[in-house]
Every structure is written in C-alpha cells, then in structure tokens.
Design a protein around this ligand. Structure first.
Ligand SMILES: Cc1cc2nc3c(=O)[nH]c(=O)nc-3n(C[C@H](O)[C@H](O)[C@H](O)COP(=O)(O)OP(=O)(O)OC[C@H]3O[C@@H](n4cnc5c(N)ncnc54)[C@H](O)[C@@H]3O)c2cc1C
Length: 403
C-alpha cells in the first residue's frame, strides 16, 4: 500500500438525528470536528452532534494549502499557534490516524529593508514566545532551495529571509477524518447533509437548531461554519466584524526533483510547497472583493503564477492541473474570534480566514475546554469577541501571509 493510501479510521454515521444534545456544533469542518473530539476525549462530554450541511471537510478544511506554522507577529498569536503546531506533531500518535504530517520549514523572503526589519522583529518575538524562527542570508537560502532565483526575476531581489524551522504540512481531509473518527468512536453523532436553517430561542437564550429533519434541542450551540458565519450568526441576531472573501489555490503536475521547504514572499503575497503526491501547490492573496463565490478565476491564476515564477523559474515549464477556491472568514483585525457572544447559549469559533487550518488542534481543544468549564482557557482568552468593544484588537495583518 502506498504512503498516500494508508487506511483512515472509521466514522459511525447515525441513521437519524437525536432530539436533544448537550452540545450542537454547526459545521463539520476541522474546527467543529476538533471541538467535538476534544469534548469527548478530554472532558467525557459525548451527547454532542456535529451538523454538516454538505459532507465533512467540504468547506475550507478540504480546500486549503495545509501550511502549519507559528511565525506570527504578536505574542498571543505566536503562543496559540505554537501550541497548535505541537499538537499537530503528536496528532498521529494521539488519534492513531495517518495525517501525512511533514516538518519542512518555512522561509519568508524579504525584498526591501523595511521587510528585513519586519522579519527580524518576527524572529525576536517568535523566539521570545517559543517558536523557532531565525534570519538566514541569501546564500543560506540558496543552499536550502537551490532552484531559487535570488534576483526575483530581476525585480524582487531577496535580501534575506526568516526561517521558521518547525513549519509543516499535513493532509487536510485526513486531519478532519482523524477528529471525526475519534469523536464518533466516543459517541458523538456526526450528521452529514444536515444544514442548520435556523436557531431556536427561549427568551434571550439559544436552546436549539432547526434542520430539514426537524428541531434539535441543545444545551449550547457552537457555530463553526467557516465563510458562512455572517449568515449563521444573523440567525442569533449577532453581527460580527467578519467579511467573507474567496481565496484561490492551484496545483501543477508532478515535480520529480523534489522541493523540501515551503517558500513564501509576504511582500508579493505568494507561497509554494510540494504535496505528498509531488505536485507544486501555489497560493497567494485573497480576492479584495468580498463574495460567496467559489468559482476559480483566470485573473487569480494568472496573478499567482506571475508572482511565484519570479522566484522559481522552473515552474514556468509545469502544467496547471487544478485550481479551486474557498470562502474565508476574515476578521477586522486578522485574528480569530473564539468564545461567547452576547447571546446566551450561542458561541462562535470564526475569523479563521486564510490561516485557520494550522489552528484546528488548538482551536478545538480550547473551545472544548471553554464549553466544558464555562471559562475561556488563558490561551484563547485574548481572542474573545468583546475585544472589539474593549478596544483591545489583536492586529496582525502582516502575519496572515495572504492579505
Ligand atoms: C485556498 C485556501 C488555502 C488555505 N491555506 C491555508 C493554509 O495553508 N494554512 C492554514 O492554516 N489555513 C489555510 N486556509 C484557511 C483554512 O482552510 C480555514 O481557516 C479552516 O479550514 C477553517 O476551518 P473551519 O472548520 O472553521 O471551516 P470550514 O472547513 O469551512 O468548515 C465549515 C463547515 O460548515 C458547514 N456549514 C456552513 N453553514 C452551515 C449550516 N448552516 N449548517 C450546517 N453546516 C454548515 C460548511 O459546509 C463547512 O463544511 C486556506 C483556505 C483556503 C480557502
């Protein structure tokens, strides 16, 4: 059996939805499934249902470019993402599922003195908060990635780079299935093709959800719906500082010589890695126009291809096999929003934008603790929704990598 086709653990699919659960999670993406898994595995809370409108991981979790990193620019984010990165390192042994995790290292290039200063500051703050990131010279970068054109096609010279050595990738749908299987085996109900069409209120409190199969009562409802958060929050009467923007990616045919690291330019906003199948996987900035369209666009493809071939000329000889898009929930300060809302019984995990795959283990773990104990763990307390009201925003746009 090839590396790629090793088995996944099974998921139990209930025939019918229950009438009542302690926790109903809307959205069977990585965050919903990870929260369900952690509720069951860490807190013994198993009267939990995950309701997925389509099939699990059909949203951004199954569409992303799978980069796991903690090289953020503010202490709260570095600590949170570093914890998630470490949980990813142990996820195969924790769940028994093969998620094809590979530590590759990520290089963020700088083409101007201003960007060099930003990357130096990133290295300092990363080191102070537990993430391993250090500056490397162009010569060291060339040793790491021999294919690179350090002149950036004569237009974007590489002055240096930050090297985040624990940067990694993992197979996205396998991560979702690992959590789905672990949750399901512990008694969580995962219901596919079950869209939530409304919320049930009792006075000021949310006490359940409406589905085409009938109402379901819930002690607590968590919305983990990716780019659909504005619509679902509106069902609770909550307006969030989030906009939905499409983000595209594409893969080429197989690149035989191999490409071990992940390479990115934050100034040009583009990045590339190699998949387990050998394809070159390329992404860049999200569409500036908010929209719910998952239609791939030629202009995105052309823009991404132009930028990345400045640094890796060999890509010009490759063929584009597939392109796709997802819907990203971008918050006003480019940081996630996790926790309570002003409506009792209605919680959110959102604002994951273009960067939430890496957060699936820690996000789910923390949301499960919050639901189980009623208190936000210290790691996510700064990411509460009320930070916008308190004027304590966590502005970290420069770390999104795809703004
Ligand atoms: C092209 C692309 C590249 C990316 N690259 C990276 C990357 O390299 N690294 C990284 O960390 N992040 C990346 N991301 C971001 C990452 O994919 C997301 O932040 C993350 O997957 C969000 O997970 P989620 O569980 O919140 O949402 P999703 O995976 O989108 O899951 C939400 C689920 O909710 C369901 N749903 C919606 N409405 C309802 C409803 N009313 N009832 C029931 N179910 C509903 C949807 O069908 C969906 O399955 C990328 C995103 C895209 C699009």
């Amino acid at each position: 059996m090839s590396e790629y086709t090793r088995t996944l653990l099974p998921v139990r699919w209930p025939d019918a939805q229950g009438a009542a659960y302690d926790v109903v999670i809307i959205g069977g993406g990585g965050h919903g499934l990870s929260t369900a898994y952690h509720l069951a595995a860490r807190h013994g809370i198993t009267r939990v249902a995950v309701l997925e409108a389509d099939y699990i991981a059909s949203g951004n979790t199954g569409r992303n470019t799978t980069i796991i990193r903690a090289n953020y620019g503010i202490p709260e984010a570095v600590r949170f993402y570093q914890h998630s990165l470490e949980l990813y390192q142990g996820l195969e042994s924790e769940t028994g599922a093969d998620i094809l995790h590979q530590t590759k290292g990520i290089v963020w290039m700088a083409h101007t003195e201003m960007a060099m200063r930003t990357e130096r500051a990133r290295c300092l703050i990363n080191s102070a908060c537990g993430a391993r990131t250090a500056m490397i010279s162009p010569t060291e970068l060339k040793e790491l990635i021999p294919q690179i054109d350090l002149t950036g096609g004569g237009r974007y010279p590489v002055l240096g780079a930050s090297h985040h050595v624990e940067g990694a990738t993992a197979r996205h749908d396998r991560v979702a299935w690992a959590y789905a299987s672990g949750a399901s085996q512990r008694g969580v109900d995962i219901l596919q093709h079950t869209p939530v069409t409304g919320l049930i209120h009792d006075g000021e409190r949310v006490v359940g959800v409406e589905t085409p199969g009938g109402p379901i009562a819930a002690g607590v409802v968590l919305a983990a719906v990716g780019g659909r958060i504005s619509a679902v929050a509106a069902m609770a009467g909550v307006r969030l500082p989030v906009r939905t923007h499409p983000l595209h990616a594409f893969v080429t045919n197989d690149y035989g010589p191999g490409f071990g690291s992940i390479l990115a330019s934050t100034e040009l906003m583009c990045y590339v890695s190699q998949t387990e199948r050998g394809q070159m996987l390329i992404g860049a900035e999200f569409d500036s126009q908010p929209s719910y369209s998952r239609q791939s666009s030629f202009s995105a493809l052309r823009g991404y291809a132009y930028k990345i071939t400045r640094f890796l000329p060999f890509l010009r000889e490759m063929r584009i096999l597939r392109t796709w898009a997802g819907l990203c929930d971008i918050s006003a300060d480019y940081s996630p929003i996790m926790g309570f809302t002003p409506v009792d019984g209605f919680l959110v995990t959102t604002g994951w934008g273009t960067w939430g795959f890496k957060a699936i283990p820690a996000g789910g773990e923390a949301m499960a603790e919050l639901i189980a104990t009623g208190r936000p763990p210290a790691l996510i307390a700064p990411f509460a929704l009320d930070r916008f009201r308190r004027d304590h925003v966590l502005a970290d746009q420069g770390s999104a990598g795809t703004r």
